[in-house]
Ligand binder design. Sequence first.
Ligand SMILES: [Zn+2]
Length: 385
Amino acid sequence: MDIASLLWLLLPVAALSGWLSAQHSLNPKKQEKATQKLSPDYLQGLNYLLNEQPDKAVDIFIKLLTVDNDTVETHLALGALFRRRGEVNRAIRIHQNLIERKQLSCVQREQAVMELGRDYLRAGLLDRAEYLYRELIESSTFGVYACQQLLEIYQQEKDWQKAIKIAQKLDNSGLNDYKPMMAQFYCEQAHDYQQQQQLAKSQALLYKALEMDKRCVRANLLLGWMAIERQQFKLAIAFFQQIEQQNPHYLAEVVEPLHLCYRALQQQPTFIAYLHDVLQKQSNFVPIQPLVQFIKDQEGELPALAFVTEHLKKHPTLQGMAYFLNLTRAKAHANCQLDLNLLQQATLQLLKNNPDYQCEECGFAGKTLHWQCPRCKQWNTVKPI
Ligand SMILES: [Zn+2]
């Protein structure tokens, strides 16, 4: 054991001696009595330390601190210190020792239970933490905290049913709006049912998600794709087109499925008209691929190139650049072909390396749309770039 650890383990003793000197100034008789009781144990504790038996030493020092109204705070502080230092087993021993004491007040006991719950969470013992926090749900002091911890646990366990119940309880407390999160939990359940081919159940849950949060883009996307699977293309279009009102940040997600629906209905011009219409209203929306393709098919390469050039002036994007190079290359002089090829390859490589989605909360970026950010664990914060 190194010197730092030794010093650390002496902390309880320092805390105790601080407490004892405070007692001494107030009550010399009490101090004398405590010192008499302390001496042999204290020496034995030191002995364990010197013999590199820190666990036994810690047990002795914990025992030295008798639990009463004056020392509960010291016990709690010590437990929290051990936990912060990553010595969770010691923190657990301190908090368990506290909870077993009958002389604790109701609030003190609840606080010790809360701390023990934190120890269990830190140790990854979710079921034990859940058991403790359920005890505290109705506490006027720690109830909200316990519910928030339970919400974290149920999300980690992917127990969406329980997560919905506890989020509802938190939502009722009025501290925060938990409805968008609850809508995501319904979507998670719906997604699970969809995987099991229980489509009716999945659909019912997605409608519940929309009842909870009418701006839940994910529910509309899932309902739209389910409609496509049933070949109900008009219904699918209705779901996808609502997303513009729900949250225009996600418009890029509907281009591909809408294209698919309109193709199936042989209504390509209606799709293009819709894209032009949205493009007018949403300046950040760049549905360049289907528009370029359509203009190229209907009017030829020159009008398509004119569209891309105009578009690039307003929205200088890598994707626009890639289309520009592609169209320019076709009509370029043979001498330039090689350079343009190189430029196009470099642009495509940059596009490949660029993330498509980013969390507006923590900056996490990637190629997949996560409804819960893998880094900061927030819901609805990862958006298409
Ligand atoms: Zn994040």
